[in-house]
Design a protein. Structure first.
Length: 476
């Protein structure tokens, strides 16, 4: 006998949990399975970019994320036991009304996953732990996934969110193309340290030939520090308590005894890889199963969560709103080039070729070239175009994001008095003279905002809107 569900999500990292939340709030039956016996215990993906904060706002977890973390501290460079100067790790951002979350927010990955897991359970979803996927079979009606133990799971669709060594991706024979970003091995560890303040990200540059850097960052919302260290090519990092103590003492003014505990540690070699395709029949790849990043720049977790956000509403539209199955083809079409761009950005940040700034915040990403995007205005002007992220803004009724929040489409008119077709979606009308900032951001027009916060359709009138809504599930 097999367990039956609409969507099987393999992997309970940030990607799988975010997808589970999005499907649960759409009334889609989804089961999340995880090979490990519990959630990931380390801090690895600690940076949450502004665009992902907007996603978390919509998924109902942003308040918990804000309470759990904090902003990034200023870097402090040390030499011979003395502070020699500050180093700004991230370029500052201008605070504007169209972006409520301007700066990256630090939350250790283990805490982010606990928050997402709690939200999933609040919505009636669950994670089945200790379930290692080993095989997959497909037919015209669904997909069956086999496990090392326990019952098979039969689903209409499956999503591989099971990391860079994805068992489902390998079972499907989907290759990955990539490169080693840096031949030098690295170690990352969550530790307890005495003798360092929590106001700075402490940086200890190499002191001699053959020695790598050491960085010690206080993890917001915890008593822990994250240690990141680079090693010479060919070296083997020692993640044990004794190994981390020797490392910290050798590269800083601290003593071995100042490291009182190692709570989690891992060694890795920075690499980048992109799956040749993000879909095989009824199985989709998302997150690290589809793209592997250098941790520099904080793009991996964020790109992964946004994979889930893009795929979630499309699965919901096909399974619950009567949208044609062809809508699911736009997942790979939209996310594959975004992932490729973010991989390039991560690599440039790692190599010091670009700084952490506007591009790493991911607010400028969009889908202008997608087949799901229709821009029908003849004069766009200075405002946004179809395919762009729909900005926030203050109106007489509150903020636009308050109207967008939820698993629905939103019909927005700005300075346009055209008659609109009846669609089963919330409608927000803004006369241009009553919301100047919104008008400047959008320009004049009619905008159908997708459930993931991007403008899908834009026009001067409502002509063509019904046809677009029918093929995307917006018509209900």
């Amino acid at each position: 006998m097999a367990v039956h569900t609409d969507v099987l999500i393999v992997g309970a990292g940030p990607t799988g949990l975010a997808l589970g939340i999005d499907l649960a709030r759409r009334g889609v039956r989804a089961l999340v399975v995880e090979r490990a016996d519990g959630l990931f215990p380390g801090s690895r993906g600690k940076g949450i970019q502004p665009r992902t904060m907007e996603v978390f706002d919509d998924l109902g977890v942003v308040d918990a994320i804000l309470a759990a973390g904090g902003g990034y501290p200023v870097g402090m460079i040390w030499q011979n036991g003395e502070r020699i100067g500050e180093h700004r790790m991230i370029d500052p951002a201008d605070t504007t009304e169209d972006s409520p979350y301007a700066e990256p927010w630090m939350v250790p990955q283990w805490h982010t996953q606990e928050i997402l897991h709690a939200r999933l359970e609040e919505l009636g979803g669950r994670v089945s732990f200790g379930r290692e996927a080993v095989g997959v079979q497909q037919d015209a009606d669904g997909v069956t996934v086999r496990f090392t133990s326990g019952e098979d799971v039969r689903a209409r669709y499956a999503v591989a969110c099971d990391g860079g060594r994805s068992a489902l991706r390998r079972a499907l024979g989907i290759g990955m193309t990539g490169e080693n970003v840096d031949p030098a091995p690295m170690l990352v560890a969550d530790v307890r340290i005495t003798g360092l303040d929590r106001d700075n990200w402490h940086i200890f540059p190499p002191r001699g030939e053959g020695e790598g850097f050491l960085a010690v960052c206080p993890l917001a919302g915890t008593e822990d520090f994250q240690v990141v260290a680079q090693f010479p090519e060919g070296a083997t990092p020692d993640p044990s308590l004794d190994g981390v103590r020797k490392l910290v003492a050798a590269r800083s003014h601290l003593t071995p005894e100042d490291v009182t505990e190692v709570r989690w540690a891992s060694d890795f070699r920075p690499r980048t890889a992109l799956a040749d395709r993000f879909r095989d029949g009824r199985v989709f790849l998302a997150g690290d199963a589809a793209h592997v990043h250098s941790p520099a720049g904080g793009q991996g977790l964020n790109t992964s969560v946004q994979d889930a956000y893009n795929l979630g509403w499309k699965l919901g539209a096909v399974l619950r709103a009567g949208a044609p199955a062809g809508l699911l083809d736009t997942y790979e079409e939209e996310r594959h080039p975004i992932a490729a761009d973010m991989l390039g950005l991560s690599t440039r940040v790692h190599r010091g070729e670009t700084r952490r700034g506007a591009a790493t915040r991911q607010l400028g990403l969009g889908y202008r070239d997608s087949s799901l995007t229709e821009e029908t205005r003849t004069d766009v002007g200075a405002g946004i175009r179809a395919g762009d992220r729909a900005p926030d803004g203050i109106t007489e009724g509150g903020r636009l994001f308050d109207s967008f929040r939820g698993p629905h489409w939103t019909l927005l008119t700005v300075g346009a008095e055209a008659d609109l077709p009846a669609l089963p979606v919330p409608t927000v009308r803004i006369p241009a003279h009553k919301a100047q900032q919104v008008h400047q951001a959008y320009g004049t027009g009619v905008f159908l905002v997708r459930p993931d916060g991007y403008v899908g359709w834009a026009g001067e009138t409502g002509v063509g809107l019904v046809e677009y809504a029918a093929r995307t599930g917006a018509a209900g």
